[in-house]
Write a protein that binds this ligand. Structure first.
Ligand code: COA
Length: 223
């Protein structure tokens, strides 16, 4: 069995068929990859063509020449968010799970985003998707929020789990954290409810990938 990664730059008929076959297999099994029912070939072709034209990156994993897994990352569109990227739609055909392809796809997306200077990678996972959460955690992603019942599929409600991976920071960046300083800063009137204390910086921040956290808001107000 030969496994290889590919980064397509254009979509032809055969590639469109293979990608569609993976998507429909995953969605038919209830996989949370952005469609609640298996999309038509026209829909997946349009999705891939948009990815290939908007600067997103699409990586495919092929088993003996046939696409069996894929994933994407995109830069967030707003100017103030464009240093962040988001991994979306990592999926592995049911016949190819447990071979390490989810890990290879996600690792390749992380490396690609790093090469493009992305500072943090985000991803969203359903709370019931323990396999995907374990995959992302195993690659260093950490949870930064969980919104109960945010996602609805018919009568089903799912938590939205938000995860992130710090990659690198522009050495010229000035980190304000949660201190009342920098453009847009404000201080709370005396008597107002105290601002929430920022959580301790996650270990990947303190391990040197990012500069030290600027500190908690109340400490900053006191200085
Ligand atoms: C999640 C998914 C991508 C994993 O793909 P995979 O190729 O089977 O995963 P891998 O073999 O690369 O596993 C890598 C790691 O992920 C974690 N993992 C994957 N499946 C797991 C499972 N069922 N239970 C626990 N951990 C799991 C483990 O940490 C695993 O490492 P290990 O094998 O050393 O224990 C796959 O199950 C899938 O396509 N699910 C449906 C679509 C989906 O939910 N995508 C994620 C959207 S956010």
């Amino acid at each position: 069995m030969q496994l290889e990664l590919r980064w397509p730059t254009h979509l032809d008929d055969e590639l469109g068929r293979q990608i569609w076959a993976v998507v429909t297999d995953v969605v038919a099994d209830g996989g949370a990859v952005g469609w609640t029912t298996p999309p038509s070939r026209a829909v997946t072709d349009a999705w891939v063509n948009e990815l290939l034209s908007d600067g997103s990156r699409l990586v495919l994993a092929c088993r003996d020449g046939e696409v069996v897994a894929l994933g994407t990352w995109s830069r967030l569109p707003a100017e103030v968010l464009a240093h962040n990227g988001e991994i979306r739609r990592v999926m592995v055909h049911r016949s190819a799970r447990g071979l390490g392809l989810g890990r290879r796809i996600t690792t390749a997306l992380v490396e690609s985003a790093t090469e493009m200077g992305i500072e943090q990678l985000l991803c969203d996972v359903r709370g019931n998707n323990h396999a995907a959460i374990a995959l992302y955690r195993s690659l260093g992603f950490q949870e930064y929020g969980r919104l109960p019942d945010f996602l609805a599929v018919g009568e089903h409600r799912f938590d939205r789990v938000r995860m992130y991976l710090p990659l690198q920071m522009d050495p010229a960046a000035v980190r304000h954290g949660s201190r009342a300083e920098g453009p847009g800063a404000s201080t709370a009137r005396s008597g107002a409810a105290p601002s929430q204390t920022a959580p301790s910086p996650p270990s990947s921040h303190s391990e040197g990938r990012f500069p030290p956290d600027p500190g908690e808001p109340d400490a900053a107000i006191a200085t």
